[in-house]
Design a protein around this ligand. Structure first.
Ligand SMILES: CC(C)(COP(=O)(O)OP(=O)(O)OC[C@H]1O[C@@H](n2cnc3c(N)ncnc32)[C@H](O)[C@@H]1OP(=O)(O)O)[C@@H](O)C(=O)NCCC(=O)NCCS
Length: 173
């Protein structure tokens, strides 16, 4: 991550110059992201290079989420109390510019670290993502995500662990 940083989306970022290959994810940045941030329904983080801080290399969005506990994979359910729902954080969107291979993994690792850090203030036991196609499922699985029962494109990453949540091992790129 040398020379790269992740920060909240702001007016200084060039949103219209971003191209990830999925038009809906490009359009979201231009048309919807700032409004969602203002309304506090989504937090949007962008990755930039220090020497060119206006250009967006990639972005991800985070929102709080609740998961029905009985819908979780058995192994994950065993680690959790039997509350009807389990608090989670949703990575609603994650994309990198077509010219920036490798940034996807950095974005995901950054998102997980940020979620873990904030889970000390507002608890979140799981990270949830909805992969847009089967090949993206493989991308998330590489970083330790597992699929929900009966929902092959919905994946989770458990943040709960035996000790201090701050000690949970986060995959590095
Ligand atoms: C999916 C996406 C974020 C991956 O970003 P990336 O920069 O290519 O990912 P990385 O190079 O950091 O990949 C990390 C690892 O995952 C693998 N990987 C990346 N994309 C993959 C894919 N689509 N299928 C399978 N494996 C993939 C890489 O090969 C790499 O493995 P390696 O370290 O063994 O070589 C990127 O392709 C993207 O932004 N796509 C358009 C938007 C999108 O589909 N977002 C996902 C929404 S659910």
């Amino acid at each position: 991550m040398k020379g790269l940083r992740t920060e909240p989306l702001g007016a200084r970022h060039d949103r219209s110059g971003f191209r990830c290959g999925v038009p809906e994810l490009d359009d979201y940045l231009v048309r919807q992201a700032s409004q969602d941030v203002r309304r506090r329904v989504t937090a949007v983080f962008v990755m930039v290079a220090e020497e060119r801080p206006r250009r967006i290399l990639g972005y991800y969005t985070l929102s709080s989420f609740a998961v029905r506990t009985t819908g979780l994979p058995e192994d994950e359910m065993r680690k959790l109390p039997r509350y009807p729902t389990t608090p989670a954080t949703l990575i609603g969107r994650l994309a990198r510019d077509v010219g920036e291979p490798g940034v996807g993994g950095l974005l995901l690792a950054d998102a997980l670290k940020r979620i873990l850090a904030s889970a000390g203030e507002v608890a979140s036991a799981l990270v949830v993502v909805e992969a847009k196609d089967p090949s993206t499922v493989t991308f998330y699985q590489k970083y330790g995500f597992i699929t929900f029962r009966g929902c092959p494109r919905k994946l989770l990453f458990g943040l709960q662990s035996a000790g201090n949540p701050q000690n949970r091992q986060i995959p590095t790129h």
